[in-house]
Design a protein around this ligand. Structure first.
Ligand code: UFG
Length: 324
């Protein structure tokens, strides 16, 4: 049985990947400090509670488990917070990745899946965004992930046997179809989560940040990808590395997008609740349109999305949200 060491496996995205790995029969060890994750979210394998800054604890967990590959999700991900507390982001996202790679080198581990983000592109020069476009992040969150990607690239050039896949996520949303896990981070600022919490009555209104963009309805467009499709992309990536695939970078998105207003309308339809919105000014740092060119991951990893349907994405997120 293949063994996968998963950092951040108790968080929103990590827990869906742990589920997918477990369902496929992988043996999983989640390493998580539970700062934003939850013990109940780890549906398969064992959980080791520890911090990535604690190199001795990471080393011990890896030495005992002896994984075939490492998947690294643990990170800080709130863009506005990264602007206010940049050191936290460089420490948690860049330095901790470096620590983990140090230990992998010491222990002779050579397969690494990195959780990256479309934020590395910043404001892309053209749409759809492909992996060859220049990285030009516009906030410390994106820079901290870009720096980790640079380290990975250099490492794979230096050592023939070290191979990695970096997956650049677009807008991840939705929840487990059985409603067992989902976005549980209370402070989440993501559009779909905020819309559903507003439908539930947790907020009086949903703010729409900017209605004067150069899009058909004036609001920003994003490529929303269901978290279970993202999990499948990780399974394909780890199999690819295990079978000898070379280091590479892939966008994770569907290749088309929805505006903020379209998301709001779909959320109203799915929930049956006509929640209120308030049109406010633009949010700083928002690119107008962010859509992935996803042809590379489909071609190289043979990734086939199964849930490319905004209504389904919001329905699964709503089922989850109602239970909370
Ligand atoms: N939005 C609103 N109101 C809200 C929340 C969001 O109008 O209450 C708008 C935003 O302005 C944006 C769109 O909805 O136009 C999507 O915003 P999200 O906050 O859901 O997502 P982002 O596109 O800003 O960012 C997400 C992740 C980042 C990641 C990025 C990469 O949060 O971590 O996608 O595409 F880097």
């Amino acid at each position: 049985m293949r063994k996968i060491f998963v950092t951040g496996g108790a968080g929103y995205i990590g827990s869906h990947i742990v589920k997918a790995l477990g369902e496929k029969g992988y043996d999983v060890l989640t390493y998580d400090n539970l700062s934003s994750g939850n013990e109940w979210a780890v549906l398969y394998g064992k959980l080791f509670i520890g911090d990535l800054a604690d190199k001795d604890a990471v080393r011990k967990a890896i030495q005992d488990f002896k994984p075939d590959a490492v998947m690294h999700f643990a990170a800080s991900i709130v863009v506005p917070e990264s602007v206010k507390k940049p050191l936290k982001y460089y420490r948690n996202n860049t330095v901790n990745t470096l620590n983990l790679l140090d230990i992998m080198e010491e222990e002779g581990l050579s397969k690494f899946i990195f959780s990256s983000t479309a934020a590395v592109y910043g404001i892309p020069e053209s749409i759809p965004v492909n992996e060859d476009m220049l990285m030009n992040p516009i906030n410390p969150y994106g820079t901290s992930k870009m720096m980790a990607e640079c380290i990975l690239e250099d490492l794979s050039s230096a050592y023939d046997d070290f191979r990695y896949v970096s997956l650049r996520y677009f807008n991840v949303a939705g929840a487990d179809y059985q409603g067992r896990i989902g976005q549980a981070y209370r402070e989440s600022t993501h559009l779909i989560t905020r819309a559903l919490k507003t439908a539930k009555g947790e907020f009086e209104k949903l703010q729409i940040f900017g209605t004067d963009y150069t899009t058909p309805d004036g609001t920003c467009i994003r490529d929303y990808i269901h978290v279970d499709d993202l999990a499948d992309a990780h399974l394909s990536a780890v199999e690819y590395l295990i079978q000898g695939g070379k280091s590479d970078i892939f966008n994770c998105g569907y290749g088309h997008g929805y505006s903020v207003r379209e998301v709001v309308e779909t959320a109203r339809k799915v929930t049956g609740i006509d929640f209120q919105t308030e049109e406010t000014g633009r949010r700083e740092g928002d690119p107008v349109v962010l859509i992935a060119d996803s042809s590379k991951i489909k071609r190289v990893l043979k990734w086939q999305p199964r849930y490319d349907d905004l209504e389904y994405i919001i329905k699964t997120a709503w089922e989850w949200e109602k239970k909370r």
